[in-house]
Design a protein around this ligand. Structure first.
Ligand SMILES: Cc1cc2nc3c(=O)[nH]c(=O)nc-3n(C[C@H](O)[C@H](O)[C@H](O)COP(=O)(O)O)c2cc1C
Length: 236
């Protein structure tokens, strides 16, 4: 009974959040992971009052899962992904979904017009070149009706000790003045690096929440409860 109730709630959330994914979250297939995870994205009905209270929150994120195939992943592919019932999500994408489930916020995925390669070596080389050359990749789309949002959760992976350049493109083409920006990121050991200060410099008229959520790619698959408590603390 309890099991089928939980199953129903989870299905409901995933219908909205993951467009067709089914109902349980399994562990990312890292070499070290041997336990199947049974955590789930919290039901949307538990969403905080963000939108109801007229705070109108948006979760903006960039994420690059290095494969969409859940089988036979390389180490690099498994490092950048979380698997939900056979469906592959990027690490930051997964955290973005958790924030959405806890807040009821809208979701916007930052995507470059020209997709990044998913082949690891090509990706790290290109990312480094973009950083060195201060490239601003063109965005595939912009946020519409930005005015309606007062709170913007902004998520990205740590790339070469910084934000991916496409996140700079986003921040330089969207005016977040007067809004509250709440950063979150995933990483392989570097945490946020100096990105919180960079965001503050790029959006000087926004309020930047300093206690953003940062999680290692090694533990991201277990972070659902941490995300929920962090969001609760923020009162969004
Ligand atoms: C191009 C590139 C550069 C990276 N540089 C760093 C780094 O400097 N420090 C770090 O901790 N992790 C680094 N990582 C690891 C990612 O931050 C980590 O795998 C992240 O969780 C990926 O998130 P995603 O799946 O949402 O894209 C890098 C990954 C890539 C692909």
């Amino acid at each position: 009974m309890k099991k089928s109730f939980m199953l129903g709630l989870i299905l409901l959330v995933l219908t909205f959040s993951l467009a067709g994914c089914s109902n349980s979250i399994t562990n990312r297939q890292t070499e070290s992971s041997n336990a199947e995870k049974t955590q789930a994205i919290p039901p949307a009905s538990k969403a905080s009052q963000a939108n109801k209270e007229g705070k109108n929150a948006l979760v903006v994120y960039f994420s690059l899962p290095e494969t969409t195939n859940p089988d036979h992943m390389t180490k690099e592919e498994s490092n950048s992904t979380v698997i939900i019932d056979g469906k592959v999500l990027g690490n930051t994408q997964y955290v973005a979904y958790l924030i959405q489930a806890n807040t009821g916020a809208d979701l916007f995925r930052i995507e470059p017009k020209t997709p990044y390669p998913t082949e690891h070596k090509k990706l790290v080389t290109l990312a480094k070149e973009e950083q060195q050359n201060k490239v601003r990749p063109a965005l595939a789309a912009n946020v519409e009706n930005l005015d309606q949002y007062k709170v913007v959760f902004l998520g990205y992976p740590n790339w070469w000790g910084d934000m991916p350049m496409v996140v700079y493109s986003f921040l330089e083409s969207h005016d977040l003045s007067g809004k509250t920006i709440i950063p979150f990121n995933t990483h392989g050991g570097s945490g946020f690096s100096n990105t919180i200060n960079t965001i503050a410099a790029l959006q000087p008229k926004a309020t930047i929440v300093k206690n953003g959520f940062s999680v290692s790619r090694d533990t991201v698959q277990n972070c659902a409860e941490d995300v929920a408590s962090w969001v609760k603390e923020l009162k969004y």
